[in-house]
Design a protein around this ligand. Structure first.
Ligand SMILES: Nc1ncnc2c1ncn2[C@@H]1O[C@H](COP(=O)(O)OP(=O)(O)O)[C@@H](O)[C@H]1O
Ligand SMILES: [Mg+2]
Length: 227
């Protein structure tokens, strides 16, 4: 379980302070499919980055399993991130000198050292099948279109088989046919037990979630759906 407890996050730019997240609390339970919607600038990506341990709140705590993210070292946070999370960011970075398949392998290996490589190949086959992206595997990331990159980033997050997926606008660059594939993949992986925290503008995607929160101006303002 992830507990987000009165989290406040601000950005300081020279003389300017932006209070991006203004005291947000909720839990993400194991196996839950939770979506967060809200207008641009409402603090969704900031909150997701904090849950991912990529930035530390000014106030409040994020606790994943027994780890209080702000109390552990950067290295330990990186380990927690590698093992617990598959993360899809809005601007995903791949290692450009390696192919998409190699990038996926690195992601898998970081979380599955000691596991048989058959697991990597099984998951690779399944994901390339689900996302229809076999043709991308030998490409170098710099050659991909925005939509192709997004599919590669989604595959990279799921291939690790980590218990939790954090996804920030994973369908923003995709056409309707590909959005449908992503929608089905998320549902299938959640049905198999993965916890999903999804930030999205796409209500078609959001409505698959069991719980939908809306964020406005740094605060959770609405619980739209709860099963
Ligand atoms: N690196 C940054 N430096 C300064 N301000 C930022 C930074 N990132 C985001 N912000 C500001 O924080 C607020 C929340 O941004 P963000 O979390 O990206 O919102 P959302 O994902 O909901 O669009 C916005 O006002 C945005 O301009
Ligand atoms: Mg955002």
């Amino acid at each position: 379980m992830i507990r987000i407890n009165d989290v406040q996050i601000s950005y300081k730019d020279k003389n300017d302070i932006v209070n991006a997240v203004k005291g947000v609390s909720f839990d993400i339970n194991e196996g839950e499919y939770l979506a967060l919607i809200g207008p641009a600038g409402s603090g969704k990506s900031t909150l997701l980055a904090a849950i991912a341990g990529m930035l530390i709140p000014d106030k409040g705590d994020i606790v994943i399993n027994k780890y209080k993210l702000k109390k552990i070292s950067r290295t330990k946070r990186a380990l927690v991130r590698a093992r617990q999370y598959g993360i899809i960011l809005q601007f995903s970075e791949m290692v450009n000198r390696f192919t998409v398949a190699e990038n996926l392998y690195f992601s898998w290996y970081a979380a599955n050292r000691g596991v048989s490589e058959t697991d990597f190949h099984d998951r690779l086959n399944r994901l390339t099948d689900r996302l229809d992206m076999k043709n991308l595997l030998d490409s170098f990331p710099a050659k991909l279109s925005g939509g192709q990159m997004q599919k590669a980033a989604i595959a990279r997050a799921f291939i690790k088989n980590s218990p939790i997926i954090l996804a920030d606008e994973p369908s923003g660059d995709l056409d309707p046919a590909n959005i449908e594939k992503v929608k089905e993949l998320f549902l299938e992986e959640n049905a198999e037990g993965k916890t999903i925290f999804l930030v999205t503008h796409d209500m078609k995607l959001a409505f698959d979630a069991k719980t939908i929160y809306e964020m406005k101006d740094g605060r959770l303002c609405d619980l739209i759906k709860h099963d």
